[in-house]
Design a protein around this ligand. Structure first.
Ligand code: GTP
Ligand code: MG
Length: 258
């Protein structure tokens, strides 16, 4: 059995999934109407609200094949396919599996129906997923004024890639402390003499960091003692460290907040 299944749902979910480093422990599955490993028609997706109990497995038999103990769902909310499938997975698999979600929220300039579909879905998701991170699209325009719209929309995929990469470490530690429900996130990098502090400040500056710093993961080629000295100046509830060479001279900080 694979440890973790990452399900990219709808058009945006498929795009986000293409950013993830899939391997034998991270099983990536795309679910969409036009492309993806599992095809779900719009008509079938629109039926999810009226399907209950065992009926779901008859109408969506692929649900039975999702065997991983832990599941992360990626999607952009507001459309038909991704939003419906994210709700369906919550309702059907949320009790049996450890279910997590990372979702983009539509820009406020998109159609009002998109905003409404997103908000309705959030109610379902918040009651069926163990922990969930929403990444509204609106702030990226202000935060990354030098990027084109197309480029700034890719930031979500990058954030998701880092979260999935850190996921195993984070679930095994943070979520055991009862870190559940709606979480904020900030990811930052720092380089140079002051790299730990710079990485922390960069993460705190993220548009999706909110509330108090519940769980912070430092990654890089550094010493625990060096982090301890800098961390004293911040109100981290709990911080943790992974020694790795994969970021070269840089330090990476991932903060889950609530
Ligand atoms: N950040 C970001 N958001 C995206 C991207 N693509 C789509 N979205 C957002 O996700 C929402 C849902 O879009 P899609 O995923 O294309 O919709 P869908 O689930 O395929 O639904 P339908 O096509 O309507 O059946 C959009 O309203 C956008 O706000 C992307 O590349 N980056
Ligand atoms: Mg679509």
């Amino acid at each position: 059995m694979v440890n973790l299944a990452v399900l990219g749902c709808g058009g945006a979910g498929i795009k986000f999934l293409s950013e993830i480093e899939c391997n034998s422990n991270i099983h990536c599955i795309g679910i969409n109407d036009v492309s993806g490993d599992i095809r779900v028609s719009r008509d079938k997706a629109m039926m999810v609200d009226s399907i209950h109990g065992a009926m779901a497995f008859e109408l969506y038999p692929w649900l039975e094949n999702i065997a991983a103990e832990r599941i992360v769902v990626l999607a952009g909310l507001g459309g038909v396919i991704g939003t419906s499938i994210a709700k369906l997975i919550g309702a059907v698999l949320g009790k049996k599996h450890e279910l997590y979600g990372i979702f983009a929220e539509p820009f406020s300039f998109e159609s009002p129906e998109r905003g409404q579909r997103c908000n309705e879905a959030k109610h379902v998701i918040n009651t069926t997923y163990r922990a969930v991170i929403y990444l509204p699209n609106d702030p990226i325009v202000k935060y990354y004024p030098n990027l084109s719209m197309a480029e700034s929309m890719k930031i979500h995929g990058v954030v998701m890639r880092h979260l999935i990469h850190d996921f195993e470490h984070m679930v095994n530690h943070a979520l055991q402390f009862g870190l559940r429900g709606e979480l904020g996130v900030g990811i930052g990098f720092g380089v140079g003499r002051d790299r730990i502090r710079l990485a922390i400040e960069d993460a705190i500056d993220s548009p999706w960091h909110k509330g108090s710093k519940r769980y912070t993961l430092f990654s890089g080629n550094l010493e625990r003692e060096d982090i301890a000295v800098v961390a004293r100046a911040y109100d981290f509830e709990y911080w943790d460290f992974v020694r790795t060479n994969e970021y070269g001279e840089q330090v990476k900080v991932t903060i889950l907040s609530k």
